[in-house]
Write a protein that binds this ligand. Structure first.
Ligand SMILES: C[S@@+](CC[C@H](N)C(=O)[O-])C[C@H]1O[C@@H](n2cnc3c(N)ncnc32)[C@H](O)[C@@H]1O
Length: 333
């Protein structure tokens, strides 16, 4: 399905629905270097491994199931027969899109377009509630109240939250600025001009149309050069390089596709970039600092949680901060 189609851009979390309609299991799990996210994965596996046979587990803001699939792995390895649910406010259908984890995803019940502030589960239903980089995107007071309602007394919770001073936020900031710079440039208009004018020149073979095509190619090169200058000193070019590569290959596709289809691809590429900018901005806004997370600890205690612990989450050889772990249990008394 084309990006943006089937859903309005002003729909709730359109930017996430677009993202999850792809073969990607996770969004923010850092992949800065090989093995970077291993400490996070092993923490999740330890958390699920401590649960009893037959435990019911809920993943809040599951996306395509990066955390819920870890629960499936543990369930299989230790013959735990977990019952695993994931909720997300965005439109999700992981088993349709994520081929790399198709087998694991079969064992998870996903609840698409379901807000974590209003969960469709009975009180005390779950043995454990998990969330990775998602709770902080929601109305956090309401979501915590719901999480504590649906987890049973003695049940456990573990949340991974974005940190305001973490390595992920600074990467997001730079990429969001790059995306906005490209979106406000003439790049997409210039690519569309090249496609229209080159196709016309090849069809008519007239000197004037040939000249117009050459002028539009020059204008596109200028647009690329201007952007390259703006990004010259950026230390992370992942977003820029991927986007430029996608745009640069479009003219060569004119042998295989109709002009209308190619112009649709330009439009879709712009929409994907817009969705990416929105997601990056949401992440920047969602990130929490020490004061906000300490307040969450207090709120959880007020709600009847015990052994509430707040720790920095680290990853990579340099022990970079990738968020906060917040975990504990619901009191039995
Ligand atoms: C950064 S992604 C994390 C997804 C997944 N946990 C992972 O680690 O890959 C944040 C997710 O939270 C979801 N989300 C944001 N607000 C939500 C809400 N109020 N209720 C449910 N899901 C929400 C978004 O749709 C998105 O899928």
């Amino acid at each position: 399905m084309a990006p943006g189609s089937g859903q309005r851009q002003d729909d709730a979390l359109w930017e996430w629905s677009v993202f999850w309609r792809s073969d990607q299991l996770q969004s923010c799990m850092p992949a800065i270097e090989p093995g970077y996210s291993d400490p996070l994965v092993s923490t999740w596996r330890d958390f699920f491994g401590a649960l009893p046979v037959g435990a019911r587990i809920l993943d809040l803001g599951s996306g395509n199931g990066s955390v819920a699939t870890q629960a499936v792995v543990v369930s299989r390895e230790a013959s735990k027969r977990f019952s695993i649910h994931g909720v997300d406010l965005a439109e999700i259908d992981p088993s349709r899109y994520v081929t790399s984890a198709a087998d694991l995803l079969q064992e998870i019940t996903f609840h698409s377009r379901t807000p974590m502030e209003n969960l469709p589960f009975a009180d005390n239903y779950f043995d454990a509630v998990a969330s990775q980089y998602a709770l902080e995107y929601s109305q956090i007071e309401k979501s915590l109240t719901e999480a504590m309602r649906v987890v049973r007394a003695g049940g456990s919770f573990r949340f991974l939250l974005h940190a305001d001073d973490g390595v992920l936020k600074s990467r997001c900031q730079l990429q969001r600025q790059q995306a906005e710079t490209i979106l406000s440039s003439s790049l997409f208009a210039r690519v569309s001009d090249v496609l229209k004018n080159v196709v016309a020149a090849e069809r008519t073979r007239m000197p004037e149309t040939q000249k117009t095509a050459e002028e539009s190619i020059t204008a596109l090169k200028t647009a690329f050069d201007e952007l390259e200058n703006k990004f010259a000193s950026d230390d992370n070019r992942d977003l820029v390089d991927n986007l430029f590569a996608a745009v640069r290959q479009l003219p060569a596709l004119r042998k295989s596709y109709e002009l209308k289809t190619l112009l649709g691809m330009v439009d879709d590429t712009g929409k994907l970039l817009l969705a990416q900018a929105k997601r990056l901005q949401a992440m920047e806004r969602a990130a929490l600092d020490d004061a906000a997370t300490t307040e969450l600890v207090e709120r959880l205690r007020d709600m009847g949680a015990t052994d509430v612990t707040l720790e920095r989450a680290t990853a990579g050889e340099g022990g970079n901060c990738v968020g906060y772990w917040l975990y504990g249990e619901k009191a039995t008394g």
